[in-house]
Every structure is written in structure tokens, then in C-alpha cells.
Design a protein around this ligand. Structure first.
Ligand code: HEC
Ligand code: HEC
Ligand code: HEC
Ligand code: HEC
Ligand code: HEC
Ligand code: HEC
Ligand code: HEC
Ligand code: HEC
Ligand code: HEC
Ligand code: HEC
Ligand code: HEC
Ligand code: HEC
Length: 294
């Protein structure tokens, strides 16, 4: 029902006046209140539904605090034709927070009778920040292509968290949105970090060569996950000594500071127990190296 328009048909006026007269008679009969009995009949909140169907139905279903904390007439003070302007401003009751300084409250709270049914376009950022401060800080301090997107480009319904895979391809077939979050954060997606539980196949999506080499290696490093060595932050490369300490005599390490000189690379070690020593190591007598294991 759309009865807000000013141009009322005669029929509507008759209905309105007849209804009001009826209510007047009722109130005269049931209440001896002298105020009620004056020229304009006093309406009760329960009367509204006799002529208006949608607002009372909306309030009943989704009125939330506009139902529990206030009644129709706290907002609609009086009634036409006696009182002309009975549509309240939000600011009559909502003041004092940054959020209440926004323009066009009803662009989001589109129906005051269902105040928490919120709708907005896909280019909203500033109003969100009146309540959520942390995300914008992360987005701006860690520049990425997400920084240029509006909050509601991703959160197009209030409170809804989008799947990464709604907008992005996965790095490999079986990945899900839950996997993305092992390495990326939505509001700072370029700061890739991961924990010690991240499986090696997640890295293999982009580092197939390293993965294949390590998997095929017969040495003990092949039992380790990528993240056991490349810890926490993407592109971190560990020092051999961080795990093995000074495995060999200082004099030898001073001469050969690069472990790889003898052991080749971490992904495909050269360990002299099982494999032939490399040419370089063969040049040096291994006696120096023979130290007791720790
Ligand atoms: C007897 C029928 C009747 C009752 C009862 C009634 N209304 Fe109305 N109401 C109307 C009619 C008809 C109009 C259209 C009049 C106009 O816009 O000038 C209207 C208009 C309105 C408007 C729109 C005003 C505007 O400026 O657009 C509001 C708000 C409203 N009523 C609220 C209420 C509330 C709240 C109650 C209960 C306290 C109530 N009405 C009870 C018939 C009624
Ligand atoms: C929190 C304040 C608030 C409360 C409570 C409230 N209204 Fe409203 N109502 C409004 C506002 C604001 C508008 C104008 C909406 C617009 O412009 O779209 C409105 C519009 C209306 C209208 C005219 C437009 C329409 O949707 O038909 C009617 C009729 C109406 N209200 C009736 C009621 C009734 C009946 C109740 C109680 C069951 C009620 N309202 C409770 C704020 C309120
Ligand atoms: C007559 C006073 C009054 C008017 C006018 C009014 N409100 Fe409210 N509103 C309240 C009260 C009281 C509450 C409950 C306490 C609070 O949250 O501040 C409330 C709560 C709300 C809530 C939270 C609802 C919930 O259940 O948590 C929203 C959203 C809201 N109002 C939006 C609006 C908007 C938008 C307008 C203007 C279209 C408006 N209000 C006009 C009195 C009013
Ligand atoms: C860009 C959209 C948007 C605009 C514009 C907007 N709001 Fe809100 N408002 C929201 C969202 C989202 C919430 C959070 C709802 C929730 O808690 O689920 C909210 C919550 C509220 C609440 C309840 C929480 C609280 O802080 O009390 C009130 C009251 C409210 N708004 C009033 C207003 C008023 C008044 C205006 C205009 C001055 C306004 N809003 C403008 C989106 C908006
Ligand atoms: C008036 C304050 C208010 C405004 C404005 C507001 N929110 Fe919220 N938002 C809340 C509240 C309250 C919650 C529910 C409590 C919570 O989980 O933090 C919430 C929840 C959320 C959630 C879900 C959080 C979770 O942990 O699941 C997201 C996402 C969100 N809001 C995004 C937005 C976006 C985007 C906007 C702007 C379009 C916005 N909010 C505007 C108050 C607001
Ligand atoms: C609503 C769509 C949307 C969602 C949801 C989304 N993104 Fe994006 N993302 C984009 C767009 C658009 C770009 C920019 C693409 C371009 O310009 O090539 C982007 C870029 C990126 C980039 C590259 C950033 C840069 O600066 O190079 C990464 C990484 C990324 N997204 C990861 C994620 C992850 C992880 C998630 C889930 C937590 C996610 N995205 C959710 C739309 C989205
Ligand atoms: C590229 C899409 C995208 C953009 C842009 C975006 N978010 Fe998010 N947001 C997400 C995703 C995905 C999550 C879920 C993160 C998770 O589960 O770890 C999220 C989570 C949230 C949460 C829940 C709490 C948290 O921090 O994890 C809030 C609140 C939120 N976003 C608000 C915002 C606000 C406010 C903006 C704008 C300043 C914004 N978001 C911009 C995708 C986005
Ligand atoms: C094991 C960690 C890891 C996981 C899990 C992961 N990513 Fe990434 N992602 C990265 C790294 C590292 C980069 C950056 C590569 C670079 O520096 O170019 C990246 C880059 C991106 C980019 C930028 C464009 C590109 O392809 O280079 C997007 C978009 C992206 N990831 C989305 C996702 C999505 C969506 C998921 C979940 C399905 C996901 N990522 C899961 C580590 C991961
Ligand atoms: C989305 C693809 C992607 C994913 C997933 C990914 N990386 Fe990378 N990684 C890259 C790119 C691109 C580079 C930069 C290569 C270059 O600079 O040549 C890189 C560089 C590295 C480097 C540094 C190499 C150097 O030369 O310094 C290491 C170490 C590394 N990644 C380990 C990992 C580990 C461990 C994982 C799994 C937790 C992983 N990466 C997941 C794309 C990815
Ligand atoms: C994150 C810790 C870590 C780092 C970094 C690391 N290793 Fe290891 N390494 C291990 C573990 C664990 C083993 C297996 C020990 C065992 O089971 O006795 C091992 C085993 C070895 C072995 C014996 C292999 C075998 O199969 O018998 C050699 C040789 C070795 N590492 C050399 C290196 C060299 C050289 C580097 C640097 C390029 C390096 N490691 C970096 C943890 C590490
Ligand atoms: C035992 C520790 C260890 C493990 C396990 C390990 N790495 Fe490495 N990785 C290193 C070290 C140390 C380097 C530096 C080169 C060197 O000295 O071997 C390196 C170098 C790299 C590089 C850059 C050079 C290159 O070979 O491309 C990438 C990328 C890389 N690792 C990815 C991975 C991935 C992916 C995995 C899991 C499949 C993995 N690493 C497992 C220790 C390790
Ligand atoms: C000059 C060649 C050479 C250099 C340089 C060298 N190693 Fe070795 N390493 C050996 C030989 C030969 C063995 C096998 C004999 C042994 O067990 O002592 C060995 C054994 C090891 C072992 C024990 C393997 C096992 O089976 O238990 C570890 C761990 C190791 N080296 C780590 C390192 C690290 C870390 C560095 C660099 C700081 C390094 N090595 C530098 C030649 C070298």
C-alpha cells in the first residue's frame, strides 16, 4: 500500500475521516479521558494496523529495537490532517556517534520499520570505517590491489565474508578458500606468511622443480616439509648452521664457509656416507672433517 502521496482521492479522505470518527466514538465509549475526547481523537499504536498494513507487518517481523524500544507514535507524532509532517528524522533520536553523521541514512537502512535489513551499493568504504577501523589500516599500510577496492566490492551484504575463489583461480586444483588463508590475509594479500602445518604440495604449485628434486632425493631432508626450513615468511631462506650448528671444525669451515661446496644444495644433498664425494671435497683430505657427531 502506498498512501504516502499528497494527492489523496476523495474516497481515501472519506475512509480516513470515517475511521477516525469511529475511533473517536470508541474512545468516548471506552475511556472517559477528557483529552481523548477533544477535537482530534487520540490514536493508539494498536489502531494503526486498522488502516495501514505494511508498516505494522514489517515492524512485527523485523522491527528489532524499533519494535521493542519504541512504538509507532514515538516516531509518528500526530496524524494528518491534524498534523501534517509526521515523518521523523533519524537524528531526532540518533546522535553523538561518527556513524550518525553520515548522509542519507535510508540509502542503507532503506526501511525504518526493518532497521537492520541493510542494503548498499558496491562502492561503499567510508561509512564502513565509522564502525570497523582495523581493516582499512591493514589495507592502506600494506598496499596491494585490494587497497583500491571498496569494502562493499567484496562484502556486498553486511556481515558476509566472500570466498577468495569467487574472484580468483586457485594455485592448483584441489585448493579451497580455507587453504588461501593459510598463506594470505584478505586485507593484506601480498604479505604471504604461513605456519608449520602448511603442506609441501601448497608450495609445489609454484615450485615444482624444488618439490620434485627434494621428493626424489634419498637423503633425510626429503622427510622434511618445505616450511620446516623456509619458516613463517615467504622467500625466507635458512642457514644450514641454524639447524646443524658448527658441524665441522672451525678451521675447516673457515676455509670452506659454504656448506654447499661439499654438500651441494639442501634439496638434493651430497652426503658422503651414501654417495661419492664431489670432486671438490675429494681434493681435500676428509680426515679433517671426521669429527664426532653431536
Ligand atoms: C482510519 C485509518 C487510519 C488510521 C487508524 C491510521 N492512519 Fe495513518 N494514514 C491514513 C491515511 C488515509 C493516510 C494518508 C493521509 C495523508 O497522507 O495525508 C495516512 C497516512 C499516514 C502516514 C504518512 C504520512 C506522510 O506524511 O506521508 C503515516 C506515517 C501514518 N499514517 C501513520 C499512522 C500511524 C502511526 C497510525 C497509528 C497511530 C495511523 N497512521 C493510523 C489512515 C489511517
Ligand atoms: C523509528 C521510527 C519509526 C517507527 C517506530 C515507525 N515508523 Fe513509520 N515511518 C518512519 C519513517 C522514517 C518513515 C518514512 C519512510 C520513507 O520515507 O521511506 C515512515 C513511514 C511510514 C508510513 C508511510 C509510508 C509507508 O510505508 O506506508 C506509514 C503508514 C508508517 N510509517 C506507519 C507506521 C506504523 C503503523 C508504525 C508502527 C507499527 C510505524 N510506522 C513505526 C519511521 C518510523
Ligand atoms: C523516535 C526515536 C527514533 C527515531 C526517529 C529513529 N530511531 Fe532508530 N532507534 C531508536 C531507539 C530507541 C533504538 C534502540 C536504542 C539504540 O540502538 O540506540 C533504535 C535503534 C536503531 C537501530 C538498531 C536496531 C537494533 O535492533 O539494534 C537502527 C539500525 C536504527 N535505529 C536506525 C534508525 C534510522 C535509520 C532512523 C531514521 C530513518 C531511525 N533509526 C530513527 C529510536 C529512534
Ligand atoms: C553505508 C551504509 C549505512 C549508512 C549510510 C548508514 N548506516 Fe547505520 N548501519 C549500517 C550498518 C552496516 C550497521 C550495522 C548493522 C549491524 O550491526 O548489523 C548500521 C547500524 C546502525 C545502528 C545500530 C548500531 C548503533 O551504532 O547504534 C543505528 C542506530 C544506525 N545504523 C543509524 C544510522 C543513521 C542514523 C544513519 C544516518 C545518519 C545511518 N545509520 C547511516 C550501515 C549504514
Ligand atoms: C554501525 C556500525 C557498523 C557499520 C557502519 C558497519 N558495520 Fe559491519 N559490523 C558491525 C557489527 C556490530 C557487526 C557484528 C559484530 C562483529 O562480528 O564484529 C559487523 C559485522 C561485519 C562483518 C562480519 C564480521 C565477522 O567477523 O564475521 C563484516 C565483514 C562487516 N561487518 C563488514 C562491513 C562493511 C563492509 C561495512 C560497510 C558497507 C560495514 N560492515 C558497516 C557494525 C557495523
Ligand atoms: C570480490 C572479489 C575479490 C575477492 C573476494 C578477493 N579478491 Fe583478491 N583481488 C581482487 C581483484 C579485483 C584484484 C586485482 C586483480 C588485478 O588487478 O589483476 C585482486 C588481487 C589479489 C592479489 C594480488 C595483489 C597484488 O597487489 O598483486 C592477491 C594475492 C589476492 N587478490 C588474493 C586474494 C585472497 C587470498 C582472497 C581471499 C582471502 C581474495 N583475494 C579475495 C578481487 C577479489
Ligand atoms: C578483496 C576483498 C575484500 C575487501 C576489499 C575488504 N574485505 Fe573485509 N574481508 C574479506 C575477506 C575474504 C574476509 C575474511 C578474512 C578471514 O576469514 O580471515 C574479510 C574479513 C572482514 C571482517 C571480519 C574481521 C576480520 O578482520 O577478519 C571485517 C569486519 C571486514 N572484512 C571489513 C572490511 C572493511 C571495513 C573493508 C574496507 C575498509 C574490507 N573489509 C575490505 C575480503 C575483503
Ligand atoms: C602456500 C602458500 C599459498 C597458498 C596456500 C595460497 N597462495 Fe596465493 N600466493 C602465494 C604466494 C607466495 C604468492 C606470490 C607469488 C609472487 O610473489 O609472485 C601468491 C600469489 C597469489 C595471487 C597473485 C597473482 C598470482 O597468481 O601470482 C593471487 C590472486 C593468489 N595468490 C590467490 C590465492 C588464492 C585464491 C588462494 C587459495 C585458493 C591462494 N592464493 C593460496 C602463496 C599462497
Ligand atoms: C603462487 C606461487 C607461489 C607459491 C604458492 C609459493 N611461492 Fe615461493 N616464490 C614464488 C615466486 C614467484 C618467487 C620469486 C622467484 C624469483 O624471484 O625468482 C618465490 C620465491 C621463493 C623463495 C626464495 C627463492 C630465492 O631465490 O631467494 C623461497 C625460499 C620460496 N619461494 C619458498 C616457498 C615456500 C616454502 C612455499 C610454500 C610454503 C612457497 N614458496 C609458495 C611463488 C610462489
Ligand atoms: C630446518 C633445519 C635444517 C636446515 C636449515 C638444514 N638441515 Fe640438514 N638436516 C636437518 C634434519 C632434521 C636432518 C635429519 C637429521 C637426522 O635425522 O638425523 C638433516 C640432515 C642433514 C644431512 C644428512 C643427510 C642424510 O640423509 O644423512 C646433511 C648432510 C645435512 N643435513 C646438511 C645440511 C646442509 C648442507 C644444509 C644447508 C644447505 C642443511 N642441512 C640445512 C635439518 C636441517
Ligand atoms: C632442509 C631444509 C630445506 C627444505 C626441507 C627445503 N628447502 Fe628450499 N632451500 C633450502 C636452502 C638452504 C636453500 C638455499 C639454497 C641451498 O643452499 O640449498 C633453499 C632454496 C630454495 C629455493 C630457491 C632456490 C631454488 O632451488 O629454486 C626455493 C624456491 C625453495 N628452496 C623452495 C623449497 C620448497 C618448495 C621446498 C619443499 C618442496 C623446500 N624448498 C624444501 C632449504 C630447504
Ligand atoms: C669440505 C667439505 C665439507 C664442507 C664445506 C662441509 N661439510 Fe658437512 N660433511 C662433509 C663430509 C665429508 C661429511 C661426512 C663425514 C662426517 O659425517 O663427518 C659431512 C657430514 C655432515 C653432516 C652429518 C651428516 C650425517 O649423516 O649425520 C652434517 C649435518 C653436515 N656435514 C653439515 C654441514 C654444514 C651445516 C656445513 C656448513 C656449515 C658443512 N657440513 C660443510 C663435508 C663437508
Amino acid at each position: 500500500m502506498k498512501i504516502k502521496q499528497c494527492s489523496l482521492s476523495k474516497k481515501v479522505w472519506i475512509v480516513l475521516l470515517a475511521g477516525l470518527a469511529l475511533l473517536l466514538v470508541q474512545s468516548l465509549v471506552y475511556a472517559a479521558d477528557p483529552v481523548t475526547a477533544s477535537a482530534a481523537p487520540k490514536l493508539a499504536n494498536d489502531d494503526c494496523a486498522k488502516c495501514h498494513s505494511k508498516p505494522p507487518a514489517d515492524i512485527a517481523a523485523e522491527g528489532r529495537k524499533h519494535k521493542t524500544e519504541i512504538g509507532c507514535q514515538d516516531c509518528h507524532n500526530g496524524h494528518p490532517p491534524t498534523t501534517k509532517k509526521i515523518i521523523p528524522l533519524c537524528s531526532q533520536c540518533h546522535e553523538g556517534k561518527a556513524h550518525f553523521k553520515l548522509a542519507a541514512c535510508t540509502s542503507c537502512h532503506s526501511n525504518p520499520h526493518t532497521p537492520l535489513k541493510i542494503t548498499f551499493g558496491n562502492n561503499v568504504t567510508d561509512p564502513c570505517v565509522t564502525c570497523h577501523a582495523g581493516q582499512i589500516v591493514k589495507l592502506r599500510d600494506n598496499k596491494s590491489k585490494h587497497t583500491a577496492l571498496a569494502c562493499s566490492f567484496c562484502h556486498n551484504t553486511h556481515g558476509k565474508i566472500p570466498d577468495c575463489t569467487k574472484c580468483h583461480k586457485t594455485h592448483f586444483a584441489e585448493q579451497t578458500t580455507a587453504d588461501c588463508k593459510k598463506c594470505h590475509q584478505a586485507h593484506m594479500p601480498k604479505n604471504v606468511a604461513y605456519n608449520e602445518k602448511t603442506p609441501s604440495k601448497d608450495c609445489a604449485a609454484c615450485h615444482k622443480k624444488a618439490y620434485d628434486l627434494l621428493s626424489a632425493s634419498k637423503f633425510k631432508h626429503s622427510k622434511l616439509a618445505c616450511v620446516a626450513c623456509h619458516q613463517a615468511k615467504h622467500k625466507m631462506v635458512p642457514q644450514c648452521q641454524s639447524c646443524h650448528g658448527t658441524r665441522h671444525p672451525a678451521a675447516m669451515l673457515a676455509k670452506f664457509p659454504n656448506c654447499g661446496f661439499c654438500h651441494s644444495i639442501a634439496h638434493d644433498l651430497n652426503n658422503f656416507k651414501d654417495a661419492a664425494p664431489p670432486a671438490a671435497a675429494a681434493v681435500k683430505p676428509p680426515a679433517v672433517i671426521k669429527t664426532k657427531k653431536k
